[in-house]
Write a protein that binds this ligand. Structure first.
Ligand code: ADP
Ligand code: MG
Length: 259
């Protein structure tokens, strides 16, 4: 394909994915430029998580390609009909440049907060342990957890755990951060502390793709918002346009409970 945008940090071209007979992504294309905050909204089951996972091939697409910087991830079906990444070594390199934050934090429960943050830099990037620990402390300070370095995840609140997960993603110096509903598993009183950290990252000019149900937040921080419905992008645009003047009936219905 020739539609290569030289300034894009992420380009997704015509991604398709089915699970059995369930066609979950039916041809999705999107771009995020450096410093963009792209938010993805849509009903449960519309394919948001699958799309985000296709970007780092945690879910391998059936069709279509993903470009991160200049690197293009493609996939094929093997003889057993299973989708595989074409170039596993390239995927490994690309993944190291993509930070992902999940709904359920996914911290290592038997490691301290500090160890959770240093693990990737030491074992994936080969950073010296002392240097990794110093950087981890700096990042934990940034997310307001300087005093929790030696705690274990179970000793922290959900909001604190998610902030550790964000520090862990940042420790790899990713080009792009992917967030999959980072506040959905939190008690309401903890949502704000996590959104504050994400907002700060947006203000620093981090490139982010954020799946969220926090509509006011998405409206506030995004440079573009995408509304997914049944595996397709139903509407996209500047968040203030999209939220204030939704064009499609489906988006109007989706946003109705907010009015
Ligand atoms: P969303 O994040 O928008 O709620 P998902 O991407 O999680 O949507 O799921 C979209 C659809 O794909 C759902 O019908 C879900 O059941 C299905 N699905 C997601 N992951 C898998 C999987 N690993 N195996 C089978 N079906 C899946
Ligand atoms: Mg999801």
């Amino acid at each position: 394909m020739n539609n290569n945008d030289l300034n894009a940090a992420v380009q997704v071209r015509d991604i398709h994915k089915r699970f059995g007979t369930n066609e979950v992504l039916k041809g999705i294309s999107l771009q995020a430029h450096k410093g963009d905050v792209l938010s993805i909204i849509g009903a449960s089951g519309s394919g948001k998580s699958t799309l985000l996972r296709c970007i780092n091939h945690l879910v391998v697409p059936d069709q279509g390609e993903v470009q991160i910087g200049n690197d293009i991830l493609r996939s094929h079906r093997n003889r057993k009909g299973i989708c595989q990444t074409d170039n596993p070594r390239l995927l490994e390199q690309v993944r190291a440049r993509l930070g992902m934050v999940f709904q359920n934090f996914n911290l290592w429960s038997h490691r301290t907060v500090l160890q959770n943050v240093t693990e990737g830099p030491i074992h994936v990037k080969g950073r010296p342990a002392r240097e990794a620990a110093e950087y981890a402390r700096e990042l934990l300070g940034k997310v307001g957890l300087s005093n929790k370095c030696d705690a274990y995840p179970a000793e922290l609140s959900g909001g604190q755990q998610q902030r550790v997960a964000i520090a862990r993603a940042l420790a790899m110096d990713p080009d792009v951060l992917l967030f999959d509903e980072p506040t959905s598993a939190l008690d309401p009183e903890m949502v704000g502390e996590v959104l504050r950290v994400i907002r700060q990252l947006a203000q620093e000019g981090r490139t982010m793709i954020l799946v969220t149900h926090e509509m006011n937040f998405a409206r506030d921080v995004s440079s573009e918002t995408i509304f997914m419905h049944n595996g397709l992008i139903e509407e996209r645009g500047h968040p203030k346009e999209l939220f204030d003047r939704p064009q499609s009936e489906r988006l109007q219905q989706f946003l109705q409970p907010m009015q």
